[in-house]
Design a protein around this ligand. Sequence first.
Ligand code: AMP
Length: 213
Amino acid sequence: MNLLLFGAPGAGKGTQSSLLVDKLDMVHISTGDLFRNAIKNQTTLGREAKKYMDKGELVPDAIVIGMVEEELKRLEGRSFILDGFPRTVPQAQALENLLVRHNTKADKVIFLEVPNGVLVERLAGRRVCKNCGAVYHVSSRPTQADGVCDVCGGSVVQRDDDKEEAIKKRLQVYSDTTKPLKEFYREQNKLVELDGTGTADEVFGRIQAALKV
Ligand code: AMP
């Protein structure tokens, strides 16, 4: 089974993808993570993407689509979960073509619905380990020692795009550009709309029930 996971920034896509990957042995393709890795490794792609990401804007379609195609080539028949892609109608159309070319398809599109107030609270309080990527929250999941990752001892920081101005911009971009994709997938009868509030385990329970896994 191949899945697309989408929802606003802070809806829990990354967390739920990790849970799904553990349970269903799928390959997790997160375009946000791919860009963050490229930035960490100081590649040309990373430098280009950072200009947009820090402002809370979307990276141009051509760059993202090319990057996803490279990832799909490496799947070699394994199931995948695409997290954070597509985010625009042109990306969704390009994905259709890419999947046909790679002889595969998306089976379900999970959409996590979370009210804006909850999203802002989640994003503004989110902290991540610069080294291993572990995710924390200042109030709901704090680190044991201030600013130090419980897992690897790396330094735990706020993502540049989780700062107030960028959060506002990302939520706006989401509602203007990404949310319309719901219609695109509803028309294909692939859309599974789920309540994304509550704990990670509660949301995961809803996903499992909806997918019957
Ligand atoms: P995420 O971690 O999924 O919230 O992504 C972080 C940032 O990476 C986004 O705010 C965008 O700047 C960029 N990004 C990730 N996925 C995409 C995409 N499909 N299209 C354009 N930009 C993206």
